[in-house]
Design a protein around this ligand. Sequence first.
Ligand SMILES: [Fe+2]
Ligand SMILES: [Fe+2]
Length: 470
Amino acid sequence: MSIDYSGQIPNNVNLADNRRLRRALEQWQPGFLRWWCELGPHGFQAADVYLRTAISVDAEGWATFGYVKMPDYRWGIFLAEAEPGRTIGFGQHKGEPVWQEVPGEHRGTLRRLIVTQGDTEPASVEQQRHLGATAPSLYDLRNLFQVNVEEARHLWAMVYLLQAYFGRDGREEAEALLERHSGSSDHPRILGAFNEPTPDWLSFFMFTYFTDRDGKYQLASLAESGFDPLARTCRFMLTEEAHHMFVGEMGVARVVARTCELAKKYGIDRVCEYGGIELPIIQRYLNFHYSVSLDLFGSELSTNAANYFSAGLKGRFRETEHPDDHLLTDQTYLLLRADGERLLEGRESALLAINEMLRDEYIRDSARGVARWNKIIRDAGLDFELRLPHRGFNRRIGEFSGLWITPGGEIISEESWRANEGGWLPTSGDREFVKSLMKPAFHPGEFAGWVAPPARGINHQPLDFEYVKM
Ligand SMILES: [Fe+2]
Ligand SMILES: [Fe+2]
Protein backbone atom coordinates (compact mmCIF):
# COMPACT_ATOMS: atom_id res chain seq x y z
CA MET A 1 0.00 0.00 0.00
CA SER A 2 1.98 2.97 -1.22
CA ILE A 3 1.80 6.53 -0.04
CA ASP A 4 0.66 9.41 -2.21
CA TYR A 5 3.38 12.06 -2.09
CA SER A 6 1.98 14.20 -4.88
CA GLY A 7 -0.23 16.46 -2.76
CA GLN A 8 0.53 18.93 -0.02
CA ILE A 9 0.04 16.27 2.66
CA PRO A 10 1.50 12.80 2.02
CA ASN A 11 -1.08 10.17 2.84
CA ASN A 12 -2.49 6.75 2.15
CA VAL A 13 -6.04 7.67 3.08
CA ASN A 14 -7.02 9.00 -0.32
CA LEU A 15 -7.05 12.66 0.61
CA ALA A 16 -7.03 13.55 -3.09
CA ASP A 17 -10.68 12.47 -3.28
CA ASN A 18 -11.83 13.91 0.03
CA ARG A 19 -11.90 17.60 -0.57
CA ARG A 20 -13.49 18.62 2.72
CA LEU A 21 -10.97 16.76 4.85
CA ARG A 22 -8.04 17.83 2.68
CA ARG A 23 -9.07 21.47 3.11
CA ALA A 24 -9.40 21.10 6.87
CA LEU A 25 -5.95 19.55 7.16
CA GLU A 26 -4.40 22.09 4.82
CA GLN A 27 -5.82 24.81 7.01
CA TRP A 28 -4.29 23.24 10.09
CA GLN A 29 -0.88 22.74 8.47
CA PRO A 30 0.47 26.36 8.68
CA GLY A 31 -0.26 26.45 12.42
CA PHE A 32 1.52 23.15 12.80
CA LEU A 33 4.59 24.47 10.96
CA ARG A 34 4.59 27.60 13.09
CA TRP A 35 4.47 25.42 16.18
CA TRP A 36 7.34 23.25 14.85
CA CYS A 37 9.54 26.26 14.12
CA GLU A 38 8.79 27.93 17.46
CA LEU A 39 8.76 24.96 19.80
CA GLY A 40 10.50 22.22 17.83
CA PRO A 41 14.26 21.54 17.88
CA HIS A 42 15.94 24.83 18.74
CA GLY A 43 18.80 26.04 16.57
CA PHE A 44 18.81 23.33 13.89
CA GLN A 45 15.92 24.16 11.61
CA ALA A 46 18.28 25.00 8.75
CA ALA A 47 20.52 21.95 9.17
CA ASP A 48 20.44 19.02 6.74
CA VAL A 49 19.53 15.93 8.72
CA TYR A 50 19.86 12.34 7.53
CA LEU A 51 16.30 11.21 8.26
CA ARG A 52 14.08 8.33 7.36
CA THR A 53 10.68 9.00 5.83
CA ALA A 54 7.87 6.51 5.41
CA ILE A 55 7.26 5.58 1.77
CA SER A 56 4.89 2.67 2.35
CA VAL A 57 3.24 1.01 5.32
CA ASP A 58 4.40 -2.55 4.65
CA ALA A 59 6.20 -4.30 7.45
CA GLU A 60 9.39 -4.28 5.38
CA GLY A 61 11.01 -1.51 3.48
CA TRP A 62 8.67 1.23 4.56
CA ALA A 63 11.35 3.85 4.98
CA THR A 64 13.77 5.74 2.82
CA PHE A 65 16.78 7.69 4.12
CA GLY A 66 18.06 11.04 2.91
CA TYR A 67 19.05 14.56 3.92
CA VAL A 68 16.22 16.91 4.69
CA LYS A 69 15.82 20.21 6.51
CA MET A 70 13.38 19.48 9.29
CA PRO A 71 10.76 22.12 8.38
CA ASP A 72 10.64 20.46 4.93
CA TYR A 73 10.02 17.00 6.39
CA ARG A 74 7.01 15.39 4.69
CA TRP A 75 4.72 14.86 7.66
CA GLY A 76 1.78 12.84 6.57
CA ILE A 77 -1.04 10.47 7.38
CA PHE A 78 -0.25 6.80 7.20
CA LEU A 79 -2.55 4.02 8.31
CA ALA A 80 -1.64 0.35 8.43
CA GLU A 81 -3.46 -1.69 5.83
CA ALA A 82 -7.07 -2.62 6.54
CA GLU A 83 -7.65 -6.19 7.62
CA PRO A 84 -10.54 -7.46 5.50
CA GLY A 85 -13.44 -8.76 7.58
CA ARG A 86 -11.92 -7.60 10.86
CA THR A 87 -14.28 -7.94 13.81
CA ILE A 88 -14.20 -6.41 17.28
CA GLY A 89 -12.03 -8.63 19.46
CA PHE A 90 -13.29 -7.91 22.97
CA GLY A 91 -16.01 -6.42 25.12
CA GLN A 92 -19.76 -6.29 24.65
CA HIS A 93 -19.50 -5.93 20.87
CA LYS A 94 -17.12 -8.83 20.44
CA GLY A 95 -17.56 -10.54 17.08
CA GLU A 96 -19.36 -7.62 15.41
CA PRO A 97 -17.72 -5.95 12.40
CA VAL A 98 -15.35 -3.14 13.38
CA TRP A 99 -16.68 0.41 13.09
CA GLN A 100 -15.60 2.60 10.21
CA GLU A 101 -17.43 5.57 11.72
CA VAL A 102 -17.55 6.70 15.33
CA PRO A 103 -20.48 5.11 17.18
CA GLY A 104 -22.61 7.96 18.54
CA GLU A 105 -22.69 6.73 22.11
CA HIS A 106 -18.86 6.55 22.31
CA ARG A 107 -18.12 9.80 20.59
CA GLY A 108 -17.05 11.77 23.65
CA THR A 109 -14.98 8.94 25.08
CA LEU A 110 -13.16 8.20 21.85
CA ARG A 111 -12.42 11.85 21.32
CA ARG A 112 -10.90 12.05 24.77
CA LEU A 113 -8.75 8.97 24.23
CA ILE A 114 -7.45 10.37 20.94
CA VAL A 115 -6.81 13.83 22.36
CA THR A 116 -4.97 12.42 25.37
CA GLN A 117 -2.73 10.30 23.15
CA GLY A 118 -2.30 13.15 20.65
CA ASP A 119 -1.28 15.59 23.36
CA THR A 120 1.76 13.53 24.39
CA GLU A 121 3.27 13.64 20.88
CA PRO A 122 4.02 17.36 20.49
CA ALA A 123 4.68 17.54 24.24
CA SER A 124 7.77 15.36 23.95
CA VAL A 125 9.08 17.47 21.06
CA GLU A 126 8.73 20.53 23.28
CA GLN A 127 10.41 18.80 26.20
CA GLN A 128 13.40 17.90 24.05
CA ARG A 129 13.80 21.10 22.09
CA HIS A 130 17.02 22.31 23.72
CA LEU A 131 18.90 19.02 23.63
CA GLY A 132 20.41 19.53 20.19
CA ALA A 133 22.90 22.10 21.47
CA THR A 134 24.59 19.52 23.71
CA ALA A 135 24.36 16.37 21.59
CA PRO A 136 27.19 13.92 22.34
CA SER A 137 27.67 13.17 18.62
CA LEU A 138 26.16 13.79 15.21
CA TYR A 139 24.80 10.25 15.36
CA ASP A 140 22.88 11.09 18.55
CA LEU A 141 21.81 14.47 17.22
CA ARG A 142 20.30 12.78 14.20
CA ASN A 143 18.51 10.21 16.36
CA LEU A 144 17.03 12.99 18.49
CA PHE A 145 15.68 14.70 15.40
CA GLN A 146 14.34 11.44 13.99
CA VAL A 147 12.41 10.89 17.18
CA ASN A 148 11.19 14.51 17.11
CA VAL A 149 9.90 14.47 13.53
CA GLU A 150 8.15 11.16 14.16
CA GLU A 151 6.49 12.42 17.33
CA ALA A 152 5.29 15.36 15.27
CA ARG A 153 3.98 12.88 12.71
CA HIS A 154 2.13 11.10 15.51
CA LEU A 155 0.45 14.42 16.18
CA TRP A 156 -0.64 14.41 12.54
CA ALA A 157 -1.93 10.87 12.97
CA MET A 158 -4.21 11.92 15.82
CA VAL A 159 -5.22 15.20 14.18
CA TYR A 160 -6.28 13.25 11.11
CA LEU A 161 -8.67 11.18 13.23
CA LEU A 162 -10.05 14.28 14.93
CA GLN A 163 -10.55 16.15 11.67
CA ALA A 164 -11.91 13.21 9.72
CA TYR A 165 -14.33 11.79 12.28
CA PHE A 166 -15.24 14.39 14.89
CA GLY A 167 -16.46 17.37 12.88
CA ARG A 168 -16.27 20.78 14.45
CA ASP A 169 -15.30 19.43 17.89
CA GLY A 170 -12.42 17.61 16.26
CA ARG A 171 -11.21 20.76 14.53
CA GLU A 172 -11.25 22.63 17.82
CA GLU A 173 -9.33 19.85 19.54
CA ALA A 174 -6.76 19.91 16.73
CA GLU A 175 -6.18 23.61 17.37
CA ALA A 176 -5.96 23.08 21.11
CA LEU A 177 -3.22 20.47 20.60
CA LEU A 178 -1.05 23.31 19.28
CA GLU A 179 -2.06 25.67 22.06
CA ARG A 180 -1.17 23.59 25.11
CA HIS A 181 2.58 23.54 25.82
CA SER A 182 4.74 21.33 27.94
CA GLY A 183 5.42 22.94 31.30
CA SER A 184 3.19 25.96 30.62
CA SER A 185 1.46 27.29 33.71
CA ASP A 186 -1.63 28.48 31.80
CA HIS A 187 -2.00 25.71 29.21
CA PRO A 188 0.01 22.68 30.31
CA ARG A 189 0.00 19.34 28.52
CA ILE A 190 -2.61 16.90 29.82
CA LEU A 191 -0.38 14.30 31.52
CA GLY A 192 2.11 15.02 34.28
CA ALA A 193 5.16 13.27 32.82
CA PHE A 194 4.85 15.40 29.71
CA ASN A 195 5.24 18.62 31.64
CA GLU A 196 8.60 17.58 33.14
CA PRO A 197 11.63 19.03 31.37
CA THR A 198 14.10 16.77 29.57
CA PRO A 199 17.16 18.79 30.56
CA ASP A 200 20.05 16.51 29.58
CA TRP A 201 20.87 13.50 27.43
CA LEU A 202 20.77 10.96 30.22
CA SER A 203 17.19 12.13 30.83
CA PHE A 204 16.51 11.85 27.10
CA PHE A 205 17.74 8.26 26.94
CA MET A 206 15.74 7.35 30.06
CA PHE A 207 12.69 9.13 28.65
CA THR A 208 12.83 7.30 25.33
CA TYR A 209 13.39 4.00 27.12
CA PHE A 210 10.70 4.34 29.78
CA THR A 211 8.21 6.97 28.64
CA ASP A 212 8.15 6.10 24.94
CA ARG A 213 7.59 2.54 26.12
CA ASP A 214 4.45 3.69 27.90
CA GLY A 215 3.52 5.07 24.48
CA LYS A 216 4.08 1.65 22.96
CA TYR A 217 1.63 0.05 25.40
CA GLN A 218 -0.98 2.76 25.02
CA LEU A 219 -0.75 2.52 21.24
CA ALA A 220 -0.86 -1.27 21.34
CA SER A 221 -4.07 -1.23 23.34
CA LEU A 222 -5.61 1.35 20.99
CA ALA A 223 -4.41 -0.75 18.04
CA GLU A 224 -6.99 -3.33 19.23
CA SER A 225 -9.82 -0.78 19.09
CA GLY A 226 -13.16 -1.57 17.50
CA PHE A 227 -12.92 1.86 15.85
CA ASP A 228 -10.93 0.68 12.87
CA PRO A 229 -9.34 3.97 11.73
CA LEU A 230 -7.87 4.38 15.22
CA ALA A 231 -6.60 0.79 15.26
CA ARG A 232 -4.94 1.16 11.87
CA THR A 233 -3.42 4.52 12.76
CA CYS A 234 -1.90 3.12 15.94
CA ARG A 235 -0.59 0.02 14.21
CA PHE A 236 1.57 2.09 11.95
CA MET A 237 2.67 4.39 14.79
CA LEU A 238 3.96 1.35 16.64
CA THR A 239 6.49 0.63 13.91
CA GLU A 240 7.92 4.13 14.40
CA GLU A 241 7.81 3.86 18.18
CA ALA A 242 10.20 0.91 18.09
CA HIS A 243 13.00 3.21 16.96
CA HIS A 244 12.40 5.61 19.85
CA MET A 245 12.78 2.83 22.40
CA PHE A 246 15.87 1.60 20.57
CA VAL A 247 17.40 5.07 20.98
CA GLY A 248 16.65 4.89 24.70
CA GLU A 249 17.87 1.36 25.33
CA MET A 250 21.06 1.80 23.33
CA GLY A 251 21.64 5.27 24.76
CA VAL A 252 21.56 4.02 28.35
CA ALA A 253 23.59 0.94 27.36
CA ARG A 254 26.29 3.18 25.91
CA VAL A 255 26.38 5.38 29.00
CA VAL A 256 26.69 2.25 31.15
CA ALA A 257 29.42 0.87 28.88
CA ARG A 258 31.47 4.04 29.13
CA THR A 259 30.99 4.16 32.90
CA CYS A 260 32.21 0.57 33.20
CA GLU A 261 35.22 1.32 31.05
CA LEU A 262 36.20 4.23 33.34
CA ALA A 263 35.42 2.19 36.48
CA LYS A 264 37.74 -0.59 35.36
CA LYS A 265 40.51 1.82 34.59
CA TYR A 266 40.29 4.17 37.58
CA GLY A 267 38.03 2.48 40.13
CA ILE A 268 34.27 2.36 40.52
CA ASP A 269 34.25 5.40 42.85
CA ARG A 270 36.25 7.62 40.54
CA VAL A 271 34.09 7.51 37.41
CA CYS A 272 32.78 11.07 37.81
CA GLU A 273 36.27 12.46 38.29
CA TYR A 274 37.13 11.11 34.86
CA GLY A 275 34.07 12.52 33.15
CA GLY A 276 31.73 9.54 33.29
CA ILE A 277 28.36 9.16 35.02
CA GLU A 278 28.65 6.83 38.00
CA LEU A 279 26.22 3.94 38.31
CA PRO A 280 24.35 5.28 41.38
CA ILE A 281 23.45 8.42 39.41
CA ILE A 282 22.23 6.28 36.53
CA GLN A 283 20.14 4.31 39.03
CA ARG A 284 18.56 7.49 40.40
CA TYR A 285 17.66 8.71 36.93
CA LEU A 286 16.19 5.30 36.18
CA ASN A 287 14.11 5.44 39.39
CA PHE A 288 12.72 8.81 38.43
CA HIS A 289 11.79 8.09 34.83
CA TYR A 290 10.40 4.66 35.57
CA SER A 291 8.15 5.80 38.42
CA VAL A 292 6.86 8.81 36.49
CA SER A 293 6.11 6.55 33.52
CA LEU A 294 4.26 4.01 35.71
CA ASP A 295 1.84 6.77 36.65
CA LEU A 296 0.89 7.19 32.98
CA PHE A 297 -1.03 3.91 33.09
CA GLY A 298 -3.56 5.40 35.53
CA SER A 299 -5.17 3.93 38.62
CA GLU A 300 -4.81 0.24 39.42
CA LEU A 301 -8.57 -0.11 39.61
CA SER A 302 -10.43 2.02 37.13
CA THR A 303 -14.04 2.07 36.05
CA ASN A 304 -13.06 4.25 33.09
CA ALA A 305 -10.65 1.60 31.84
CA ALA A 306 -13.31 -1.07 32.40
CA ASN A 307 -15.77 0.96 30.35
CA TYR A 308 -13.29 1.51 27.50
CA PHE A 309 -12.73 -2.23 27.39
CA SER A 310 -16.37 -3.26 27.58
CA ALA A 311 -17.27 -0.73 24.91
CA GLY A 312 -14.63 -2.17 22.57
CA LEU A 313 -12.63 1.06 22.44
CA LYS A 314 -9.34 0.05 24.07
CA GLY A 315 -8.17 -3.54 24.46
CA ARG A 316 -5.36 -5.28 26.27
CA PHE A 317 -1.83 -5.68 24.97
CA ARG A 318 -2.06 -8.27 22.17
CA GLU A 319 -5.70 -8.87 22.98
CA THR A 320 -6.14 -11.87 20.67
CA GLU A 321 -3.37 -13.81 22.39
CA HIS A 322 -5.13 -13.86 25.76
CA PRO A 323 -6.61 -17.34 26.30
CA ASP A 324 -9.92 -16.18 27.76
CA ASP A 325 -13.39 -15.01 26.68
CA HIS A 326 -12.25 -11.39 26.01
CA LEU A 327 -15.25 -10.20 27.99
CA LEU A 328 -13.69 -10.53 31.45
CA THR A 329 -17.04 -10.07 33.18
CA ASP A 330 -16.57 -13.11 35.47
CA GLN A 331 -12.82 -13.02 35.83
CA THR A 332 -10.46 -11.78 38.46
CA TYR A 333 -6.90 -10.50 38.35
CA LEU A 334 -4.22 -10.68 41.02
CA LEU A 335 -2.79 -7.31 41.93
CA LEU A 336 -1.06 -5.42 44.68
CA ARG A 337 -3.11 -2.95 46.67
CA ALA A 338 -2.48 -0.57 49.52
CA ASP A 339 -4.42 -1.47 52.61
CA GLY A 340 -3.78 1.26 55.13
CA GLU A 341 -0.13 0.90 56.02
CA ARG A 342 0.29 -2.48 54.37
CA LEU A 343 0.70 -3.70 50.81
CA LEU A 344 -1.57 -6.59 50.07
CA GLU A 345 -1.95 -8.88 47.08
CA GLY A 346 -5.49 -9.78 46.23
CA ARG A 347 -7.89 -10.69 43.46
CA GLU A 348 -10.07 -7.99 41.98
CA SER A 349 -12.46 -7.79 39.07
CA ALA A 350 -10.38 -8.24 35.93
CA LEU A 351 -12.39 -5.59 34.14
CA LEU A 352 -11.53 -3.01 36.76
CA ALA A 353 -7.87 -4.04 36.61
CA ILE A 354 -7.31 -3.35 32.90
CA ASN A 355 -4.82 -0.56 33.60
CA GLU A 356 -2.86 -2.80 35.93
CA MET A 357 -2.69 -5.58 33.33
CA LEU A 358 -1.16 -3.16 30.86
CA ARG A 359 1.24 -1.85 33.51
CA ASP A 360 2.30 -5.43 34.33
CA GLU A 361 3.17 -6.03 30.67
CA TYR A 362 5.11 -2.79 30.68
CA ILE A 363 7.04 -3.71 33.82
CA ARG A 364 8.07 -7.07 32.37
CA ASP A 365 9.16 -5.39 29.16
CA SER A 366 11.07 -2.66 31.01
CA ALA A 367 12.95 -5.28 33.00
CA ARG A 368 14.37 -6.86 29.85
CA GLY A 369 16.44 -3.82 28.93
CA VAL A 370 17.63 -3.41 32.51
CA ALA A 371 18.86 -7.01 32.40
CA ARG A 372 20.84 -6.22 29.24
CA TRP A 373 22.37 -3.15 30.92
CA ASN A 374 23.33 -5.33 33.88
CA LYS A 375 25.04 -7.77 31.58
CA ILE A 376 27.37 -4.96 30.46
CA ILE A 377 28.20 -4.27 34.12
CA ARG A 378 28.73 -7.96 34.91
CA ASP A 379 30.89 -8.49 31.86
CA ALA A 380 33.06 -5.63 33.06
CA GLY A 381 33.50 -7.52 36.33
CA LEU A 382 31.88 -4.81 38.43
CA ASP A 383 29.82 -5.46 41.51
CA PHE A 384 26.72 -3.38 40.89
CA GLU A 385 23.22 -4.11 39.69
CA LEU A 386 20.70 -1.66 38.26
CA ARG A 387 17.18 -2.36 39.47
CA LEU A 388 13.67 -1.30 38.65
CA PRO A 389 12.29 0.17 41.88
CA HIS A 390 9.13 -1.21 43.45
CA ARG A 391 5.96 -0.28 41.56
CA GLY A 392 4.76 1.76 44.53
CA PHE A 393 7.88 3.93 44.70
CA ASN A 394 7.43 7.66 44.03
CA ARG A 395 3.93 7.34 42.63
CA ARG A 396 1.53 10.26 42.27
CA ILE A 397 -1.43 8.38 40.84
CA GLY A 398 -3.37 5.36 42.06
CA GLU A 399 -3.18 3.03 45.05
CA PHE A 400 0.26 4.04 46.22
CA SER A 401 0.04 7.77 45.71
CA GLY A 402 -0.46 8.72 49.34
CA LEU A 403 2.20 6.36 50.66
CA TRP A 404 5.92 6.69 51.19
CA ILE A 405 7.38 3.57 49.66
CA THR A 406 11.08 2.79 49.28
CA PRO A 407 12.57 1.44 46.03
CA GLY A 408 12.65 -1.91 47.84
CA GLY A 409 8.89 -1.78 48.46
CA GLU A 410 8.77 -0.94 52.14
CA ILE A 411 6.28 1.60 53.49
CA ILE A 412 8.01 4.11 55.74
CA SER A 413 7.17 7.48 57.23
CA GLU A 414 7.24 10.57 55.10
CA GLU A 415 10.02 11.89 57.28
CA SER A 416 12.39 9.00 56.71
CA TRP A 417 11.43 8.84 53.03
CA ARG A 418 12.40 12.49 52.64
CA ALA A 419 15.60 11.89 54.56
CA ASN A 420 16.58 9.17 52.07
CA GLU A 421 15.23 10.74 48.92
CA GLY A 422 18.67 11.94 47.80
CA GLY A 423 19.82 8.34 47.50
CA TRP A 424 16.83 7.35 45.37
CA LEU A 425 16.00 10.23 43.06
CA PRO A 426 18.32 12.55 41.15
CA THR A 427 19.53 15.33 43.43
CA SER A 428 20.19 18.85 42.26
CA GLY A 429 23.88 17.93 42.55
CA ASP A 430 23.39 14.95 40.22
CA ARG A 431 21.59 17.12 37.71
CA GLU A 432 24.25 19.83 37.90
CA PHE A 433 26.98 17.26 37.43
CA VAL A 434 25.28 15.58 34.46
CA LYS A 435 24.63 19.01 32.98
CA SER A 436 28.32 19.87 33.32
CA LEU A 437 29.17 16.92 31.06
CA MET A 438 26.76 18.02 28.34
CA LYS A 439 29.15 19.52 25.79
CA PRO A 440 28.47 19.11 22.11
CA ALA A 441 30.60 16.74 20.02
CA PHE A 442 29.85 17.79 16.46
CA HIS A 443 32.77 16.48 14.41
CA PRO A 444 31.87 13.42 12.34
CA GLY A 445 32.95 10.34 14.29
CA GLU A 446 33.48 12.26 17.54
CA PHE A 447 31.70 11.12 20.74
CA ALA A 448 31.47 12.86 24.11
CA GLY A 449 33.50 11.29 26.90
CA TRP A 450 30.54 10.14 29.02
CA VAL A 451 29.02 7.83 26.41
CA ALA A 452 30.48 4.97 24.37
CA PRO A 453 30.03 5.00 20.58
CA PRO A 454 27.27 2.72 19.27
CA ALA A 455 28.12 -0.62 17.68
CA ARG A 456 26.97 0.53 14.25
CA GLY A 457 25.68 3.54 12.38
CA ILE A 458 22.29 4.34 10.91
CA ASN A 459 21.18 2.58 7.73
CA HIS A 460 24.60 0.90 7.23
CA GLN A 461 26.42 4.22 7.30
CA PRO A 462 29.74 4.40 9.16
CA LEU A 463 29.99 6.03 12.60
CA ASP A 464 31.92 9.00 11.17
CA PHE A 465 29.18 9.70 8.64
CA GLU A 466 27.98 13.31 8.68
CA TYR A 467 24.51 12.58 10.04
CA VAL A 468 23.74 16.26 10.46
CA LYS A 469 25.20 18.99 8.27
CA MET A 470 25.06 22.30 10.07
FE1 LIG B 1 4.67 9.03 19.61
FE1 LIG C 1 7.78 7.87 20.68
